[in-house]
Design a protein around this ligand. Structure first.
Ligand code: BG6
Length: 459
């Protein structure tokens, strides 16, 4: 790796990211409807320590100050999500104007601070009323999503250009619809999981068309799946081929992969290996549906936090290696594998030839306010530095990576882990809602201001 020049291209987008349910709070204010997460949090033992997103970071009431913190960070872009039931309380039907007004004001505040909004339209807080009508299993569900996207884009697209349809379909489908550990807490059989997945893909496609139809400013549209990244165990060609193959593989009875999601979106067809692996469980679909799903998009967002190593196995297979004892891990127990930010974009670029933005990367750390008033988080600085240097390798190799959004702006409601895990660049005291910039925030500010030059590692 060339550590001499660590600058990123001039147009490279630096940003921070959040999602609505994780930070907004104000769960039933100003006409907001319930989401599956509001409901799931009420169930006993669903969330660590009985936490919920009812107040979260109270961002709904404090967004002006939070936007000012983004400005202090010098972050030119901010990725946030819109709460569907805040905009349409029952998921379909009447629009809740105060809900839209809120996002309208947030967008204005961002633009006044010269911060470019990147809007995610669905980051898991599905309207409870629609879940009660079958949720993602209902064949109407793709249309419901598009009908919600329309009014949002209509209202905001005179100022907003960057749209992300859906965040991490793999996660909400697997954890929420297969394992039952996230909202809505379902444990569907595999055939139903694939049906929910198919409807999610259709919702993405119809959402893309709805954005293009309503947009006042030329839209820039993508989606943000997780990238499950496999890394070659050695520099050898066989391990390289094995890692590529593993990254793009589909295993039977598991929704956890990349290609079952991205191939339909970019190629208009499910991967052959998946069709073989899933067999009878694959839902019936028409070529018209695949056409809808593959409505052209402008970029691929990748959420990457970790990765695993694989080596080749004779004659043409691969084997995932166990994580060596003592490997550094974040407080969510994810191994720190920074090469994931090189190999993930590389393999996705080779296959999909679509501009890539890292829409999430970051780590949970043991953070508290020191007696000196400072939040020292050297591990987060080191983690991010390692990952950004690997991303820089992509730039050297002309892999079209155009942006990086750090997850997250704020410590927040970390889904079923409640407030027990802190991912923020900004520390949040959940008792007082006081914010404190962590040391990593100051460090990231320098990275942004120097366009990556400050990442340089002196020998
Ligand atoms: C992603 C999500 O899975 O990573 C975020 O898009 C989430 O919403 C983040 O907060 C951290 O993951 P986890 O599994 O700790 O919630």
């Amino acid at each position: 790796m060339n550590n001499e020049d660590t600058t990123f291209p001039n147009q490279f987008v630096w940003g921070v990211a959040t999602s609505a349910y994780q930070i907004e709070g104000a769960c039933s204010e100003n006409g907001k409807g319930m989401s599956v997460w509001d409901d799931f949090c009420l169930k006993e033992n669903s969330i660590c320590n009985g936490d919920s997103g009812t107040v979260a970071c109270d961002h709904y009431h404090r967004f002006v100050d939070d936007v000012s913190a983004i400005r202090d960070l010098g972050s030119p872009a901010y990725r946030f999500s819109i709460s569907w039931p805040r905009v349409i309380p029952d998921g379909i039907g009447d629009v809740n104007q105060p809900g839209l007004d809120y996002y309208d004001a947030l967008v204005d505040e961002l633009l006044a601070g010269q911060i470019e909004p990147w809007i995610t339209l669905f980051h898991w807080d599905y309207p409870l009323a629609l879940f009660q009508r079958g949720g993602w299993l209902n064949p109407e569900s793709p249309r419901w999503f598009a009908d919600y996207v329309g009014p949002v884009v209509d209202r905001l697209s005179d100022r907003v250009q960057n749209w992300i349809t859906i965040n991490e379909p793999q996660c909400f489908l697997k954890f929420g619809h297969a394992d039952g550990i996230d909202a809505p807490g379902l444990t569907l059989d595999f055939q139903e999981q694939l049906l929910a997945c198919h409807h999610t893909l259709l919702a993405h496609g119809l959402g893309v068309s709805a954005i293009r139809e309503k947009a006042k400013k030329k839209p820039f549209i993508g989606w943000a799946p997780v990238a499950d990244v496999k890394i070659p165990a050695t520099d050898g060609n066989r391990d390289l081929a094995a890692a590529r193959q593993a990254t793009m593989s589909v295993c039977p009875e598991s929704l956890w992969n990349n290609t079952w999601y991205n191939d339909p979106v970019f190629f208009g067809k499910y991967p052959e290996e998946g069709i073989q692996a899933y067999g009878q469980s694959v839902p019936k679909y028409s070529s018209k549906e695949m056409e809808i799903i593959s409505a052209p998009i402008d970029f691929l967002g990748l959420n990457i936090y970790t990765g695993s190593h694989v080596s080749a196995v004779e004659p043409d297979g691969y084997r995932e290696l166990t994580v060596p004892p003592g490997t550094p891990r974040t407080t969510t127990d994810w191994p720190v594998v920074e090469e994931s930010l090189y190999w993930g974009p590389k393999f996705h670029w080779e296959r999909y030839k679509t501009p890539i933005y890292i829409t999430e990367n970051g780590m949970a750390n043991v953070d508290w306010i020191d007696m000196d008033g400072i939040v020292w988080d050297p591990q987060r600085i080191d983690y991010t530095k390692r990952h950004l240097l690997q991303l820089r390798r992509c730039i050297e190799e002309q892999i079209d990576v155009r942006g990086y959004f750090h997850w997250s702006l704020l410590d927040n409601f970390e889904w079923s882990k409640g407030f027990s895990k802190r991912f923020g660049l900004i520390y949040v005291d959940f008792q007082t809602q006081r914010r404190v910039m962590k040391q990593a925030a100051y460090w990231y500010k320098d990275v942004i201001a120097s366009n990556g030059r400050s990442l340089r590692v002196d020998p």
